[in-house]
Design a protein around this ligand. Structure first.
Ligand code: NGQ
Ligand code: ZN
Length: 474
């Protein structure tokens, strides 16, 4: 129902955008379209969107010509500010290091950040996302208040910093302002170092409304969703209110990432986190369950049937020692998934894809475990799954098609790892061999933002990032 509505909206936009003269035209020797690979594809762009798309045609003299086009991937889960602490939490501590000791380091890092710092760090993260093959980000944003927890005059001041970073980088944004109230299951009082995250429901509703206003003014196709942080951080009553507040918007939640969280949930409710959520919330296609790492086969099957998207973040899940998602029962039941860069310790869509498959290979001692059937390409199937699942989770339609935003990644066919490859073979070579070095140009909303793998504003955004990092580390 929800997805049909998105499709319908896309159809209306198609009719509007086909009027007007093309502002640019691209030509690709091959392109991955919703119906499969096509050759000699010419795309014209008006107002950021694909106005015409024709396969099997000749290039025109003014066309910007390239070898291979992929639709840009959605990055369904990011905490942009955490890019600033990449590599900072890799020193062994006095007790057993874990997700929870990492979180303490992260909380200390975040304690000093101003809105300008957040904008500078997020802008770098978004530049790297575009360079790494992502054209839209789902920003799971929970750093709302000033350093001592005091409210800003504008409740969406921090959200505005994220929106500004998206605008200056050019990435598409689905902003997911996060609701956070408690330190643990059973309404445990929040910790002092969580003071910057907290709201009551009315304050949160005001935040959502204001953030949506700012985003609509600053960005061409922003979406604002709703995000209960985790079952640890909200009450069952909150969850009901937030689900109602969401209406048709995306709803994202962290869930079952750590075994400690599963144990705490069972102690509190007698149920496992995903089991509890499916029993107590109206989980449907609006929902993205981020991580969902620790599920029984029955939970994985029930989650798949709910229509919710699994938000998988393989690099972060490896970095934090979370565990490995049960792809086999989930995909067997028709589950949808997308990819997220989460902690942004390393931003690279090709590496997320590779690690997703390699985690399964290491755990199950097999190969090509995410290819959907005999004879199918692993890279190709991961790419198309992450494209449609990620877009659904971010509340937008996906793919290279008339009426949709021109969000395109071109490959560097001169990269030796891509030599002699075509179609899905190119995605396999990109995923398992070339990595992000195989990415050439990236267009987002019709504008070429990345050439030869480098974002056009990289130098300026990196220089500002350096200054901010020096202050934060000083
Ligand atoms: C976050 N990150 O909100 O940034 C979380 C850690 C928590 C991940 N789960 C904090 N990867 O879950 O309490
Ligand atoms: Zn997260």
């Amino acid at each position: 129902m929800y997805r049909q509505k998105v499709q319908l909206l896309a159809g209306i936009e198609t009719m509007q955008t086909t009027v007007g003269a093309p502002q640019s035209s691209l030509f690709f020797e091959q392109a991955l379209l919703p119906e499969g690979w096509a050759r000699d594809v010419r795309i014209t762009i008006v107002d950021g969107r694909v106005a015409t798309l024709d396969a099997g045609c000749a290039a025109m003299p003014d066309d910007d010509r390239h070898g291979c086009a992929l639709p840009g991937l959605p990055n369904l889960h990011s905490h942009a500010f955490q890019r600033g602490m990449a590599g900072l939490a890799e020193i062994r501590g006095p007790a057993q290091d874990s997700f929870w000791t990492w979180r303490d380091v992260m909380y200390r890092f975040v304690a000093r950040m101003t809105p300008d710092d957040v904008q500078a760090i997020a802008a770098l993260a978004y530049v790297e996302m575009l360079e790494g093959g992502f054209t839209r980000v789902g920003e799971f944003h929970y750093l709302h208040h000033d350093r001592d927890g005091a409210r800003f005059a504008d409740p969406a001041q921090m959200s505005a910093a994220i929106i500004a970073a998206a605008a200056e980088s050019g990435i598409g944004l689905t902003l997911l302002p996060v609701f956070y109230a408690y330190a643990g299951f059973g309404a445990q009082a929040p910790r002092a170092d969580q003071a910057r995250f907290l709201h009551d429901i009315d304050g949160y509703a005001r935040l959502i409304a204001r953030a949506a206003d700012i985003a609509a003014t600053a960005l061409p196709d922003a979406i604002v969703g709703v995000a209960p942080h985790s079952l640890r951080a909200v009450s069952p009553e909150h969850l009901g209110l937030l689900t109602a507040l969401a209406a048709d918007r995306p709803i994202h939640i962290h869930i079952a990432e750590q075994t400690g969280e599963v144990d705490a949930c069972r102690a509190w409710s007698g149920q496992r986190p995903v089991e509890w959520l499916l029993d107590h919330a109206a989980v449907d296609a609006r929902w993205c369950l981020v991580h969902a790492t620790h599920m029984t086969d029955a939970e994985a099957t029930a989650m798949a049937r709910s229509g919710a998207v699994a938000g998988l973040c393989p690099i972060t899940e490896a970095n934090l020692g979370d565990g490995i998602f049960p792809t086999a029962p989930f995909l067997a039941a028709g589950g949808l998934y997308g990819l997220g860069s989460d902690s942004n310790v390393l931003i690279d869509a090709t590496e997320e894809m590779r690690l997703l498959e390699y985690g399964q290979r290491l755990a199950h001692r097999g190969r090509n475990l995410l290819a959907r059937a005999t004879g199918r390409s692993t890279g190709g199937d991961i790419y198309t799954a992450a494209l449609s699942g990620g877009a659904a989770a971010l509340g937008v339609p996906s793919g290279l098609a008339v009426g949709l935003p021109a969000d395109i990644v071109s490959l560097d066919l001169d990269h030796p790892s891509l030599a002699g490859r075509t179609g899905d073979g190119l995605i396999d070579a990109l995923t398992f061999a070339a990595g992000r070095a195989g990415i050439d140009c990236v267009w987002r909303y019709g504008t070429k933002l990345v050439s030869h793998g480098r974002h056009h504003a990289r130098a300026r955004i990196v220089a500002r990032y350096r200054t901010v990092l020096e202050t934060l580390s000083g």
